[in-house]
Design a protein around this ligand. Structure first.
Ligand code: ADP
Ligand code: ADP
Length: 229
């Protein structure tokens, strides 16, 4: 299990429009933290900085004290299971997609993970690409279904760190409750950072952290309000 630390992180996609300024967050090894906040606050960006899809402009992101900029991206990918909002699947069966990278996973484990993530109906089907015509054994998966395939992949992976971006978005309440329990089971004894609006998911976290839009923080400070630190 690994500790994850954001130390005074500053980041902007475009000059003059900072998304994060002096952002601090520490997840101790084995901790599950939920990140809440309005759309556009920079929650997904925080996950992306840990994976080095982008690098910080200021401060540092550290894993067990090691600056991620000193880690190769592929080695980060081995240590960090990531379930993005819009996962991309390989041109292979759903089961193979779940097992990808999990060299030790047995067929039973893959099927069990698929069941827990509610993708067992089509676990042996071939998901179709976004543009390819639907073949005979093909199944077209929605964004939510692809997210759950990626969740099942994270479940069977041995990665010590798990990042989940809105894993229960667009699920009905009953399915959502099932997936929340699957996440809890799958991420035991791992360090977990979840972006969510789902209160049921926040309830299984050790800690909830609120991220505000930087504009709102700045406006608030200008009005003489105390800046939240
Ligand atoms: P959240 O996950 O909290 O909704 P994001 O991290 O997705 O927020 O985005 C934070 C801000 O950065 C938003 O204003 C968004 O429009 C902007 N942004 C996100 N990704 C990019 C990108 N690739 N290029 C430019 N701006 C981006
Ligand atoms: P609170 O309990 O007051 O909501 P949290 O424990 O959730 O605070 O921690 C959120 C931290 O992140 C606070 O220190 C807050 O100032 C900081 N923060 C919130 N939004 C941003 C942002 N966009 N950039 C940098 N830091 C932020």
């Amino acid at each position: 299990i690994q500790e994850v630390r954001f130390d005074g992180v500053g980041f902007s996609y475009e000059q003059g429009h900072p998304v994060l300024r002096d952002f601090d967050l520490c997840l101790s090894a084995g901790e599950t933290v939920c990140l809440l906040g309005p759309s556009g606050a920079g929650k997904s960006t925080i996950l992306h900085l840990l994976l080095r899809l982008y690098d910080v402009d200021a401060g540092a992101v550290r894993l067990d004290g090691l600056d991620v900029r000193d880690c190769e991206r592929h080695s980060l990918r081995q240590r960090i299971a990531f379930v993005p909002q819009d996962p991309w699947l390989f041109d292979a069966s759903v089961a193979e997609n779940i097992a990808f990278g999990a060299l030790e996973a047995t067929r039973d484990e893959v099927e069990e993970a698929g069941r827990l993530a509610l993708v067992d109906e089509f676990v042996h089907d071939l998901p179709q690409g976004y543009d390819t015509p639907l073949g005979e054994d093909g199944v077209r998966l929605s964004g939510g279904q692809r997210r759950r395939v990626a969740l099942a992949r994270a479940a069977v992976s041995q990665a010590p760190i798990v990042l989940l971006d809105e894993p229960t978005a667009s699920l009905d309440p009953v399915s959502s409750a099932t997936v929340v329990q699957a996440i809890r089971t799958a991420t035991l004894r791992r360090t977990v950072l979840i972006v969510t609006h789902d209160e049921n998911l926040a309830a299984i976290a050790d800690r909830v952290v609120h991220l505000s839009k930087l504009d709102d923080v700045t406006d608030h400070a200008k009005k003489g309000g105390e800046q939240n630190a």
